[in-house]
Design a protein around this ligand. Structure first.
Ligand SMILES: [Zn+2]
Length: 474
């Protein structure tokens, strides 16, 4: 259904797309700014200066409720029985003895994690297609949707002293216009949300002046999006002395903000960058305070950082992030392997005075950026696997500017249909390129064991020459 909506949207004229985005925005505004939202904002604000002990007591109470709820889900009933768990005593102790929940389990049996039957009518299932084709299904109640917005409103925008209702532009993964569209506008407005959604798929040298003009006239207080996409705009602005309107805060997520990126974004928009770290699974949230520390919000979830032996890492030691979301009682994620690595900061006392634990670094989620022959930067290939059911894992490699290899680990039901669909989706996402699909037993990992789902094998020199060859005029 979503695929059909996408196809109708992308083949519509711009004014219809604009209307569609406005309606979409209005619907989400009503869904998210519900009474829960205002309550959650007030509650989160009231805990800004809680002590460590207060947060600990909060987590203990919520963990007891979570474990009790989890017993109603078939998956956890079995897990608890197998582990010989009785829900009595210290809940943190019980948690430490439970097995991990893998992404694979969540993906293959999402309904076995559900604690309530029938599933409440007001639940929306969020499907994230990821890089395997079989989407991960996360169940959102209206309260969870409100929380998804309340956390950044208080602990991201609030810490930047920006009102969450202020005007914003979002450079997100959403395809706001057709890839083939070759003249602006590459953005659509959502008046209800006081925001515009801008395409990250048209950030080529040719179109950047138009983006800058748009940002100058729309004057958003907040710029939001992937650091690498925003960096493309900032780099253009700085190189050409052609600046967007000054913003009050740049809010980044999902990718690493290097010093180089941070400096460029802060110079281009003349304000600070506030990065945050969250996940669609909604089981953790960390965001930068005014001193740059990444504080974990204890209400969102319990974070463990574990070494290879499953023992807690000392501050400064890098380990695997394991999350237990405290807010989703309908579909509990207990000891969930989120797939990232992180370390606790050696210095836990931040000058801001907050007692929320400080992470020093979060790693993982690494994807290369690919580049098209006309200089557009591409990231996020999730849509390439939309509707593909016959693969277990995948990896996309850009070998040459017009040549991609898609490595797939086939499942038993892998067919030619899957191959054709991947090729068709690549054409939609990347344009006219040669796509080779290679079934393999296992995917390549780097020497450190880190998995990159997108790899670009073009050299820096090749990327620069592509950018220079792209026409700058409209
Ligand atoms: Zn701080």
């Amino acid at each position: 259904m979503a695929g059909l909506t996408d196809r109708i949207y992308s083949s519509s004229p711009i004014w219809v797309q604009q209307l569609g985005v406005a309606l979409y925005g209005w619907r989400w505004y009503r869904r998210r700014f519900n009474p829960h939202f205002y309550r959650l904002v007030a509650e989160l604000e009231s805990r800004e200066h809680w002590t460590f002990d207060q947060f600990n007591a909060y987590q203990e109470d919520h963990l007891i409720c979570l474990l009790a709820a989890a017993q109603n889900a078939p998956y956890y009933r079995k897990v608890f029985a197998d582990a010989g768990v009785r829900l009595a005593g210290n809940p943190f102790e019980i948690l430490r003895n439970l097995p991990f929940l893998s992404k694979e389990t969540l993906r293959t049996v999402p309904e076995d994690l559900i604690t309530q039957r029938p599933i409440p009518k007001d639940v929306i299932v969020f499907k994230s297609s990821g890089t395997t084709g079989t989407p991960t299904e996360i169940y959102y109640t209206p309260e969870l949707h409100a929380l998804e917005l309340a956390l950044p409103a208080v602990r991201n925008m609030g810490w930047a002293q920006v009102d969450y209702r202020a005007r914003r532009v979002m450079f997100g993964v959403r395809k706001v216009c057709r890839f083939e569209q070759d003249r602006p506008p590459f953005w659509r407005y959502s008046p209800a949300e006081n925001m515009a959604y801008a395409s990250i798929y048209h950030l080529s040298p040719k179109y950047l002046p138009a983006y800058i003009d748009f940002l100058r006239s729309y004057r958003p207080a907040m710029i939001m999006g992937y650091p690498n996409s925003l960096y493309t705009i900032a780099r253009y602005a700085l190189d050409n002395n052609d600046f967007p309107a000054r913003a009050q805060g740049v809010f980044t997520t999902s990718e690493t903000v290097t010093d180089q990126i941070r400096e460029a974004l802060e110079s281009a928009w003349q304000c600070k960058v506030y990065d945050r770290y969250g996940a669609v699974e909604n089981c953790m949230f960390a965001s930068q305070c005014e001193y740059g520390s990444y504080h974990v919000s204890p209400e969102a979830g319990i974070i463990e950082i574990l070494d290879r032996m499953g023992q807690p890492c000392k501050p400064g030691e890098i380990g695997e992030v394991i999350c237990t979301g405290l807010q989703n009682l309908l579909q509990p994620l207990i000891r969930y392997r989120i797939g990232d690595a992180a370390r606790w900061a050696l210095e836990q006392n931040c000058p801001c005075g907050r007692s929320m634990p400080v992470l020093e670094a979060i790693e993982g989620r690494f994807e290369d950026i690919c580049i098209t022959s006309d200089g557009r930067e591409l990231l996020r290939f999730d849509t390439v696997f939309k509707g593909v059911h016959g693969i277990k894992e995948s990896q996309i490699v850009q070998e040459k500017v017009d040549h991609f290899t898609v490595y797939v680990v086939p499942a038993e039901n892998y067919t030619d249909r899957d191959q054709n669909l991947i090729r068709a989706n690549m054409r939609l996402h990347v344009g006219d390129v040669q796509t080779e699909i290679k079934p393999v037993d296992a995917l390549m990992r780097s020497s450190s064991g880190k998995f990159r789902s997108v790899i670009c094998n073009l050299t820096e020199a090749e990327k620069i020459s592509i950018r220079q060859e792209s026409p700058h005029d409209l």
